[in-house]
Design a protein around this ligand. Structure first.
Ligand SMILES: [Zn+2]
Length: 197
């Protein structure tokens, strides 16, 4: 047994409780779980081709979807108690609104609001701010999970993996249009699914 291994084991043995350890593990984003949840939702509602109607899916999940046009940083907000998602359309492209809606639906389907971990502001049901460039939001495990869910819901990897390589020059942009997502979101998923190698 090497020294590090020993000291870790010792620390574990003599720690009065395991809270810190467990919390750390729980704070790791569960990307596969988030992707599986998105694919299961598509399967459940027999969605087999793009563009995914994320608004219809949200409603099918029992959520009201409300579009507002307000100043400020709010892009989307889940109100779990009211079973409602609010989407801010002001200055935001349709593709971005769709991604935000899928993100909020991700929080709902992954039941982040039932967790005893600190919640991102956009799941609290009040004073929500969600901006992709906000550091603390972008890095929390729940935010990563919600984004992973959104990406997989709008651009399911099993569909993307069927696309033959090499991709022709204009194809990524064409796919972004077909899937009704931003070029950035499409590029990211194409990259993740190994379509550029
Ligand atoms: Zn969020």
């Amino acid at each position: 047994m090497d020294e590090l291994d020993f000291s870790m084991r010792a620390a574990r043995e003599y720690a009065p409780d395991f809270d810190a350890d467990e919390r750390l593990r729980a704070a790791e984003p569960r990307r596969k779980m988030a992707r599986d949840a998105a694919l299961a939702l598509l399967k459940q509602h027999k969605v087999t081709m793009p563009a995914v109607d994320v608004e219809a899916l949200a409603r099918a999940c029992g959520l009201a979807v409300v579009f507002v046009e307000v100043e400020g940083k709010l892009s989307g907000q889940l109100y779990p108690d009211q079973r409602e998602i609010v989407i801010n359309t002001r200055g935001r492209s349709r593709e971005r609104q769709r991604f935000t809606l899928a993100h909020e639906l991700g929080h709902w389907r992954l039941t982040h609001h039932l967790s005893d971990m600190p919640l991102p502001a956009d799941t609290l049901g009040y004073s929500g701010v969600f901006e992709q460039d906000s550091e603390s939001e972008g890095r929390s495990a729940f935010e990563i999970e919600a984004n992973t869910f959104a990406s997989e819901l709008l651009i399911p990897s099993p569909w993307i993996r069927k696309i033959a390589k090499p991709l022709s020059a204009g194809l990524p942009q064409q796919l972004a249009q077909t899937y009704d997502v931003s070029r950035e979101a499409m590029f990211y998923q194409l990259m993740r699914c190994g379509r550029f190698t």
